[in-house]
Write a protein that binds this ligand. Sequence first.
Ligand SMILES: Nc1nc2c(ncn2[C@@H]2O[C@H](COP(=O)(O)OP(=O)(O)OP(=O)(O)O)[C@@H](O)[C@H]2O)c(=O)[nH]1
Ligand SMILES: [Mg+2]
Length: 298
Amino acid sequence: MRYGQLVMGPAGSGKSTYCATMQRHGYDDKRLIKVVNLDPAAETFEYQPFIDIRDLIQLDDAMEDEELHYGPNGGLVFCIEYLLENSDWLRNQLCGVGDDEDEEGVADGVEEPDDDYILFDMPGQIELYTHLKAGQQLAKLLESWNFRLCSVFLVDSQFMIDGAKFLSGTMAALSVMVNMELPHVNILSKMDLLSKTSKGQLDKYLEPDPQALLGEVTNESSWGRKYRKLSETIGLLIEDFSLVRFTPLNINDEENIADLLLMIDNVIQYGEDADVKTTDFDPPEEEDDDDVEKYYHD
Ligand SMILES: Nc1nc2c(ncn2[C@@H]2O[C@H](COP(=O)(O)OP(=O)(O)OP(=O)(O)O)[C@@H](O)[C@H]2O)c(=O)[nH]1
Ligand SMILES: [Mg+2]
């Protein structure tokens, strides 16, 4: 089994910084956390990439191509689709097969390494995860290569300190959750940049009281007043089903980083395999009640 976090979020929300922070935290803990850069437009980052999509395709390739003629946004989507079409390349890289061996296709005999822990630093093109299928296809591909995955969705905390923004950030997180169909963790990034007052404002939303929150949303603008009932219903829905929760991250606070990593480890059941009991006794047919009872009891 291998473990992976798909690190997603809007442009500039702190994805690459999060990956670098986790990798450094891992080093300090003598734990190897690899990072794969899947952003073809990335220029610099502070982590050591284990694999870099730019070795396969760069955004400029898609934009400068005479036939494709993409702008930056369409170009980015094209690059990710190109990666999915050339998934052999990614699989070879993930299995540590060098480029010169690629010619022979994916080496069928190549074993996937065990216990790898990999963060996938994704592009800030939110539609890849909210409604396009590319994000989900990548997840399915990785799962077929033995990865146990979790979505990690970052939202900049500076954009979450009033009711209307909080509601729209929450809806974005919800659409990623629904579209990706993976265990999901939301992070409020850049907490170190919030003033004391803003932190206080944010606290109110972290344990949301929809009435207080929506009172604010709905009084703010004429739109808010007009659609008061709609906003209230959305707020109550999120509250009732505990659909969306955010965990704050201050990258200067080691304890905060450690707690967050532990939480995500639990979500992907990293390190728990030793406790998983398996059985080679096939579940019996439903009709035989005694056998069914014995199986589950055992
Ligand atoms: N102070 C502070 N700055 C941060 C933090 N996270 C990111 N930044 C800054 O915010 C900017 C964007 O951060 P990135 O990590 O590149 O964000 P990203 O989500 O990878 O951006 P794209 O890949 O362009 O979508 C950079 O200038 C970072 O230094 C944080 O936790 N604290
Ligand atoms: Mg980035």
